[in-house]
Design a protein around this ligand. Sequence first.
Ligand SMILES: [Mn+2]
Length: 269
Amino acid sequence: MAIYCIGDVQGCYRELQKLLDVIGPSLKSDTLWFVGDLVNRGPDSLAVLRFVKELPRKVVVLGNHDFHLLALFHNIIHPAQHTLHEVLAAADCAELVGWLQRQPLLHRDDQLGYVLTHAGIYPFWDIIEAQQYAAEVAAKLLNGSECQALLQHMYGDEPTAWSDELRGWERLRFIINCFTRMRFCDAAGNLEFTCQGPPGTQPRGYMPWFMVPRRKVRDTAMKIVFGHWAALAGKVDATDVFALDTGCVWGNYLTAMRLQDNELFQVKC
Ligand SMILES: [Mn+2]
């Protein structure tokens, strides 16, 4: 009854199947966790969605590309080009998107001592706060008209820092940005969204979110598994966070980690 946590799949269905061949999990008794960004950019988002949705034992958290699919489906955005046409044209699209929309932004397993989110946990939130804020967004996604409005208002980089006073769309936008887009943060809690490179390429004063001094969820019994940041290539200077996006969609690797012993499994794109 192992738990395998799998990095950003982004429509790379073939690599996902190869990875499962390498791991050899029992899909009936082992559990698969996905760090989010199941879809977009890769060649077969539809097959990934259908496969993961039907898994008997899985946990999925939402990533920015999953939100992108929700926004496309709900006619919020109309980009000139995107890679989700096949999903949107599928006969079971509404069912797949409806399922995706019911997935959380954070999953916590106390027994194993892991918390799963797409981009990480904002360094100035403790685990209780993080869970509460993730739940605020999830509640909106579950409600038809509020979901529509949320998707309309979620785009943007502002506000850059958290405040308990934040209300309305600003509050929810910041929460979504933390859980799905965060990489660099400064000591005052401002997020920086323009830099997508590895540590060292960010503007002065910023650091990876997991290196912020006095990060609240740190060195506790709760370790953080996340994806989103392919440029890290799985490397972090911290013993309590695990970066699983190894850039499969960019021609690199799809990675899984067995949570019980931190053993890594990888397949090349
Ligand atoms: Mn992402």
